[in-house]
Design a protein around this ligand. Structure first.
Ligand code: ATP
Length: 866
């Protein structure tokens, strides 16, 4: 049996196709049977390359046990035991276990959702199995499968070519050199160092042109890319930039905390507190202030956000992109299929004499002549009654209009056999076919109207009249094509000159529903939407006006040809271009220039694309967006986001979610840090004033490690957008916590610490008073979750109050506090239920920070960014 891997691979490229097929136990014509494919899938495993091996559960558990906090708690527990404080020792050990359990489950969950996300958006491949062509998930490919590839496809596994037609491949993903290499089926004797055999295709490379039938030789981690990934996986450090930033923040806080704990301890000694109490308090405060769960929650928040985006048609290809999405400032989008439906219908023909004819079955002779060009110079196939139409929607629309006039392409080809074809190219913006008609040859052409007019022989006044008409038609938002023909003495000769003009065909492509609302929403959120299209300037402008993309005061649409040399632009010219909402007649190369131009102006750019040639622009853009339906695999591979329905709305949604995720992580951090800082402040102040402790060490542990975790998590995964789209994009260089957040947290901490101490003093700073102080602080921290609303949101109806998880978490926190006060747990935590007037003022005091913050936010917070 063949076993994949590099050693065997040598043998198959040295041999001819038949011998290679025998080695792979493959049938180049009929492919594997379904049963054999399933058997091999079980034997070789799925065709997946994991960039980094996912962590097994025991490694995750180990990480929970082997960290600073766990060590601190374990030490505290042992010290308590040595000092004869058994209850404390056990309680601390339980806190430690709970902490490990919560940490383990959150991290395990994050890991699993990441793994599932990696499988999302996997491409499908065309294979032959059981003699039939079919589509399978790329992950289900097995060695020996017959794989069919065409231009734009990403090679999904290592494969041996058995048949090829004009096949060229870009191997830059493997070699770093972006040149197209010709490939074919012939056996290769020897290859030079660093080169790949001409008859082998490798996973991760891209088919640049032509097509091939090949046999899968190796899948998954046995492919060359897999071997590289294995090496790279071992070397790479994990985490997204955000997770790394959080880790850095956490490390800094460790030092800060140690300093505070030391200061508190010093104060304790100075005021004559018992050493054991001081020790435990210092440990509890240290545990309180170190937000060790931050990176994990960030990962959960990102992963959850990615699921939400995927469910609405935007699949992110990696976690990092989510962060960038939230700071995107410009979205450059194509028109056809993204802003419009790409459901084309022919509205009418505009003939050379100025007449217009709608496709209603009654066509004049000149109209039929024009339509013949539209039908012959066409690469689509309508197919029979039970077949799916194949090809470009615009070309299909032309074929349908042709049928109305009795022109059926397959039938027409019988009397007009096709002898030559010039495929559509973005350079000429035309396509042509040459046919044999009654012993002679004739060419038919369709293409961009100005290109076709330029290829035709026309008297000057007629040309001027047609150019004027072309503009008028385009201004109505119609998509125009020019049609032309000419007799060919030499069927191989030059086509695009001296042609006879046959007319314009005008197509309509309705704009997608909801796009106007999305464009407006993005505008309000400080983003600009720029249309980048290959279409005619006037058509583009008309559609852009319909969609609110062009607004008063915006510069005129620019043509791709006007972008020629970016370096020679003056600053004003560059600025004007940067404000331009529409670029027309753009080729893929020009897209790259547009990204460059905008980025040089400090913009964070999202750019959409679908073709193989769009890949460089998608890579260069901060957020490359590929079309899932229409897009080539090359574009999808280069992209950060793949839109499953090619729908603009999904981009808007993704931007919104990108902001929501970042905001959630920020809220989570602010909530936790400010609550913890309140405890530190209350204890430190009490020590400084020589009072007894208002909060006991075990109580602090209980609050931080158990009852406060849930509201924090609820904030981390909230899905409500709140006011995120009412403010400008986040500056990508801004830290997670800017100066204003530190001030804000200090404010919260002071307020909460203050009510805690007030309760303590009101009750006479006794043991009973300490219980009441603790409950005041704990309740205030529970309500504190509602302080996390955006400054522009309604105090009662906002993204926190609309988050059911937040309510659940508050209920759970309250239940846990009740349990701590009214069950046997109270003896361990040294808690007593409030008595007398405290039953009233404890809850009232706990509400004071909430009330103050809501007032401040309502009156002064509006202009502030969250
Ligand atoms: P968008 O960029 O919004 O998708 P587009 O489809 O117009 O717009 P291109 O595909 O670059 O962009 O096409 C440029 C122009 O070339 C089109 O406006 C049309 O006039 C012409 N054209 C496009 N496809 C064909 C084709 N198959 N045959 C002939 N002409 C075509």
């Amino acid at each position: 049996m063949y076993s994949p891997g590099m050693n065997r691979e040598k043998e198959i490229w040295r041999q001819g196709p038949d011998e290679a097929a025998r080695k792979l136990e493959a049938h180049p014509e009929s492919g594997l049977t379904g049963a054999e494919a399933r058997r091999r899938l079980a034997e070789y495993g799925p065709n997946l390359v994991e960039e980094a091996e996912s962590r097994p559960w025991w490694r995750i558990l180990l990480a929970q046990v082997a960290n600073f906090i766990a060590g601190l708690l374990a030490a505290a527990s042992v010290v308590s035991l040595l000092l004869g404080q058994e209850v404390e020792a056990v309680a601390i050990a339980i806190a430690l276990l709970l902490n490990v359990a919560i940490g383990f489950f959150t991290e395990w969950r994050a890991e699993r959702s990441l793994e599932a996300l990696r499988h999302l958006g996997m491409a499908r491949s065309r294979v032959v199995r059981g003699g039939k062509e079919r589509q399978v998930e790329a992950s289900e490919l097995v060695p020996g499968d017959v794989l069919l590839l065409s231009a734009g496809d990403l090679v999904p596994a290592d494969a041996r070519v058995v048949r090829a037609e004009g096949l060229t491949v870009d191997e830059s993903a493997l070699t770093g050199e972006s040149i197209s290499l010709a490939k074919g089926p012939d056996a290769v004797e020897a290859i030079a160092e660093g080169e790949t055999p001409e008859n082998m295709l490798y996973r991760g490379t891209v088919v640049a042109g032509g097509g091939a039938r090949c046999l899968v030789a190796a899948t998954g981690m046995d492919t060359r890319l897999g071997e590289i990934a294995k090496l790279a996986g071992e070397a790479s450090g994990g985490g997204t930039p955000l997770a790394r930033r959080l880790e850095r923040l956490g490390r800094r806080l460790v030092f800060l905390t140690l300093a505070v704990a030391a200061a508190v301890a010093a104060l304790g000694f100075a005021t004559g507190k018992p050493p054991f109490l001081i020790f435990e308090t210092a440990v509890a405060l240290a545990v309180a202030a170190i937000p060790e769960g931050l990176p994990v929650v960030a990962t959960i928040a990102l992963a959850q956000g990615m699921w939400r985006m995927a469910s609405r048609g935007a699949v992110m290809t990696h976690l990092e992109a989510v962060e960038t999405l939230g700071s995107t400032t410009v979205i450059c989008t194509d028109k056809t299929g993204t802003l419009t439906e790409n459901r084309m219908t022919v509205r009418f023909l505009s003939l050379p004499d100025g007449g217009e004819e709608e496709p209603d079955g009654k066509f004049s002779d000149p109209a039929v002549r024009a339509l013949r060009a539209a039908v012959l110079a066409n690469a689509a196939e309508l197919g029979g009654a039970d077949e799916q139409p194949r090809g470009d929607p615009m070309e299909l629309a032309l074929l349908r209009a042709g049928r109305e006039a009795g022109l059926d392409r397959p039938e027409l080809l019988r009397s007009h056999p096709e002898k030559r074809r010039e495929p559509f190219s973005a350079d000429t913006k035309m396509m042509a076919t040459v046919h044999r008609v009654d012993g002679d040859h004739r060419a038919w052409v369709k293409g961009a109207p100005e290109a076709v007019l330029a290829a035709c022989d026309l008297e000057d006044p007629v040309r001027a009249e047609l150019e004027k008409r072309q503009d008028e038609l385009a201004r109505r938002g119609l998509r125009l094509l020019g049609l032309a023909t000419k007799a060919m003495e030499d069927p191989g000769g030059d086509i695009y000159q001296n042609m006879e003009f046959l007319g314009f065909v005008c197509l309509e492509d309705p704009v997608r529903e909801g796009v106007v609302a999305d464009v407006d929403m993005l505008h309000d959120a400080g983003l600009r939407v720029v249309m980048v299209t290959g279409d005619h300037k006037a058509t583009a402008r008309a559609v852009a006006e319909k969609l609110d993309i062009i607004r008063s005061g915006d510069p005129d649409p620019h043509l791709g040809s006007e972008l020629a040399d970016l370096d020679s632009l003056t600053e004003e010219q560059a600025d004007e271009l940067r404000r331009t909402p529409v670029f027309a007649r753009i080729t893929p190369e020009r897209k790259l220039d547009i990204v460059d131009l905008l980025q040089r102006g400090g913009q964070v750019v999202a750019m959409t694309g679908d073709g193989v040639n769009d890949a460089p622009a998608l890579k260069k853009a901060d957020i490359g967006v590929a079309m899932g339906k229409r897009g080539s695999q090359a574009a999808k591979q280069a992209a950060d986001v793949v839109l499953t329905n090619d729908d603009f709305t999904a981009i808007a949604w993704a931007v919104e979610q990108g902001r929501v995720i970042f905001r959630n992580i920020r809220r989570f951090v602010v909530f936790l840090l400010s609550g913890n800082a309140a405890e530190v402040a209350a204890v430190a102040l009490a020590m400084a004033l020589g009072w007894p402790l208002p909060l006991l060490p075990l109580q602090i542990l209980y609050l931080n490690m158990i009852s406060d975790v849930f509201p924090a998590l609820a904030l981390g995964v909230g899905r409500e957008s709140g006011d995120v789209m009412n403010r400008p994009p986040r500056d990508p260089s801004e830290p997670l916590l800017a100066r204003r957040h530190w001030w804000e947290m200090a404010g919260y901490a002071v307020l909460i610490a203050a009510v805690c101490l007030v309760a303590f003093v009101l009750a006479g700073t006794t043991r009973q008073a300490a219980s009441e102080a603790f409950l005041t602080l704990a309740l205030a921290r529970t309500w504190h979750v509602f302080n996390m609303r955006g400054p522009e949101e309604h105090p009662l109806r906002n993204s926190v109050t609309k988050n059911p998880l937040a309510w659940g978490a508050v209920a759970l926190s309250l239940a846990l506090l009740a349990a701590a006060t009214y069950t046997p747990l109270a003896a361990i935590l040294d808690l007593r239920p409030p008595t007398g007037p405290a039953t009233l003022y404890v809850p009232l005091l706990s509400l004071v920070p909430l009330a103050v913050v809501q007032l401040v936010k309502s009156f002064w917070g509006k202009e502030r960014n969250e």
